[in-house]
Design a protein around this ligand. Sequence first.
Ligand SMILES: Nc1ncnc2c1ncn2[C@@H]1O[C@H](COP(=O)(O)OP(=O)(O)OP(=O)(O)O)[C@@H](O)[C@H]1O
Ligand SMILES: [Mg+2]
Length: 354
Amino acid sequence: MSDAFINFDKVSKAFGIMTVVDNLDLSIGKGEFVSMLGPSGSGKTTLLMMLAGFESPTSGAISVAGKRVDSLPPHKRNMGVVFQNYALFPHMTVAENVAFPLRMRGASRSEIVERVTKALDMVQLGAFQERKPIQLSGGQQQRVALARALVFEPEVVLMDEPLGALDKKLREQMQMDIRDLHHRLGLTIVFVTHDQTEALTMSDRIAIFNHGKIEQIGGPSEIYDRPRTQFVAEFIGETNLLSGKVTSSSNGLLNVTLEGSQPIKVASTATYEPGKHVKVSVRPERIELDAVGEGQNELKVRVTDIVYHGDHLQVEVNAGGRRLVVKANRKAVAPEIGQDIVASFSPEQCWIVT
Ligand SMILES: Nc1ncnc2c1ncn2[C@@H]1O[C@H](COP(=O)(O)OP(=O)(O)OP(=O)(O)O)[C@@H](O)[C@H]1O
Ligand SMILES: [Mg+2]
């Protein structure tokens, strides 16, 4: 990441007695693509609204390129915004919609024509200039909104669930388009989504929100493969959580005895006192069935259910009274319900969450 470009310094926002953004610190580098992911009501939109200038913080400071922006009105912040409920103007044509931010900024007629054409070409809607929004599909409307956000060449683009209303195929197309624009124009993008796959595939970093705070922020693989807390592990992807007690630790390996006295090893750079209760997270796709390997954790399990997913099987097993979910590769021999088998995973593919 480059140096902090956008900076939130101890920013809080309260509506009445309810604090919805809570003493939040966040730095975003120039050209970075950062996604915000979190449950409904956790403060994502509020954060974006404060950055865009539609809400002001109750306390704390927001700066961009080293300058405080807290008291600047939205149109002085040079940020493009695409909000889900920030609809196109229905009475204006596509070209007029896209021209709007330029007219607000007092651009000349010739400049407007040139820039609108360029922006619409960029989202492949050059031929649609004279249409009204109602004559466009949902995805085309979203692309017009994107063109309108980009037409004045902002350095920062804020997007709040911009692809929420689109079907899967269109959504994937738009994800590629936005990623491409991000790279081509070197935009700094702050993106709110409910779709974890979208966050994982598009972002340089993902911030996981919980009750107005960032519970963890990091690159996609860091968030997915090494969630620090139970909340993050359960919020992004699926996970199995095993409760146990640390018995000893040496050389980056913890010995943990699971409830039911099954011992396993967990790779960990942190040290824990013997006797400490811990939760171990292991992703369904990290568990193998009936594959024996050196140094693996092995649990004797009974298959209780198998659900067909096309590209994989979701196998539910009972491990000493605990239900585990395993995402089984279709290349392996399919297990059968009632079968006793061994579920294994390596110490590196499970970790402690707090
Ligand atoms: N103008 C407002 N007045 C009062 N409360 C508000 C206002 N705007 C937001 N809130 C409250 O602040 C909290 C955070 O809202 P916010 O819109 O930031 O959540 P969010 O993370 O974007 O949720 P979602 O994923 O559902 O969009 C919610 O409890 C919401 O009801
Ligand atoms: Mg929201």
